[in-house]
Design a protein around this ligand. Structure first.
Ligand code: NAP
Length: 291
């Protein structure tokens, strides 16, 4: 069996082209503000990618940088200013925050209509109730990638490994919603799942979002299943060279075994930023009464 590689680039380009077409007829450019606290190296890469995407689409963008020892009160004041700024349609607080800062308190202070990450309790509540408004970018990117490659979801058995709000739990919720893009039968696995392989090997589609390099192999995936690897793990490079990126799946083991598999890098990660751009566009449309 030849394994189809579900590359993120064509799916991202399709999403960005659709967005460009809408932007060309828009009354103004959307505005995105990113709040970064501390010096997390991975966050620095993600923030650079977000800035590049804003520039590529002509979005107005601003980045607010704070040292790791910033107080909660200072961050809340920044968020309040961005909530009140009419030129800002979307606000993103880059996670993880340094120890001592509670992400839930900062995210809870965002104007839910500007919460383009979709982590505000109001947006999560809308998702749970089956009326999603702003959907978290990575789960949305996974669905968009599968849609691009015509991978059917309705009636399929999907195992999601990981239950974080950022990825696993929200993706499992989306997949289980009634109607287009959902209607899957979903099992959500986590570190307390007694026999992970028994759960995942029954699935038609396995999504790995656990943050454990190459943890899933052929024992976890039935022959002919579709594999989506959300994990991004940094491993030491050979002989002290540059570090390597690895997913949560042993990709080499999936060759000629899975029907299809996303690569790392070059898979889901590319979709996340595109979906942030989409969410920011939609936030602007809501604020302008265009939807
Ligand atoms: P997280 O908050 O650390 O959550 C990891 C989840 O995996 C937890 O629910 C954990 O279970 C579960 N888990 C860990 N070890 C397990 C095991 N041995 N068996 C079963 N479940 C296990 O991580 P996250 O934020 O969801 O991110 C997951 C991965 O996706 C990371 O590699 C991250 O870098 C990557 N990521 C990628 C993108 C992208 O754009 N591609 C975006 C976000 C995240 P418990 O809940 O029981 O602890």
């Amino acid at each position: 069996m030849q394994t189809l590689i579900l590359r993120g680039e064509p799916a991202r380009e399709e999403a960005m082209a659709k967005l460009r077409a809408k932007l060309s007829a828009a009354p103004r450019a959307p505005g995105l503000a990113v709040v970064v606290v501390g010096e997390d190296p991975a966050s620095a890469v993600y923030v650079r990618n977000k800035t590049k995407a804003c520039e590529a689409l002509g979005y107005r963008h601003q980045t607010h940088r704070f040292p790791a020892e910033t107080s909660e009160a200072e961050l809340l004041a920044c968020v309040a200013g961005l909530n009140a700024d009419p030129g800002v349609d979307g606000i993103l607080v880059q996670l993880p925050l340094p120890p001592g800062l509670q992400a839930e308190r900062i995210l809870g202070a965002l104007d839910p209509l500007k919460d383009v990450d979709g982590f505000h309790p109001e947006n999560l509540g809308l998702l749970v109730s089956g009326h999603p408004r702003c959907v978290p970018c990575t789960p949305r990117g996974v669905l968009r990638l599968l849609q691009h490659y015509d991978v059917p979801l309705a009636g399929r058995r999907v195992a999601v490994v990981g239950r974080s709000v950022i990825v696993g739990r929200t993706l499992a919720l989306l997949l289980s919603l009634k109607g287009k893009g959902g209607d899957a039968t979903v099992v959500m696995c986590h570190s307390a799942t007694p026999d992970l392989a028994a759960e995942t090997s029954r699935a038609d589609i396995v999504v790995a979002a656990m943050g454990r390099a190459r943890a899933l192999d052929r024992r976890h995936v039935r022959r002919g299943a579709v594999v989506v690897d959300v994990g991004i793990n940094r491993l030491p490079g050979p002989a002290g060279g540059a570090s390597l990126l690895a997913g949560d799946v042993d990709t080499a083991a999936m060759q000629d075994w899975a029907a299809a598999c996303t690569p790392v890098p070059g898979g889901v990660g590319l979709m996340t930023v595109a979906m942030l751009m989409q969410n920011t566009w939609e936030a602007m449309c809501r604020r302008e009464g265009l939807v």
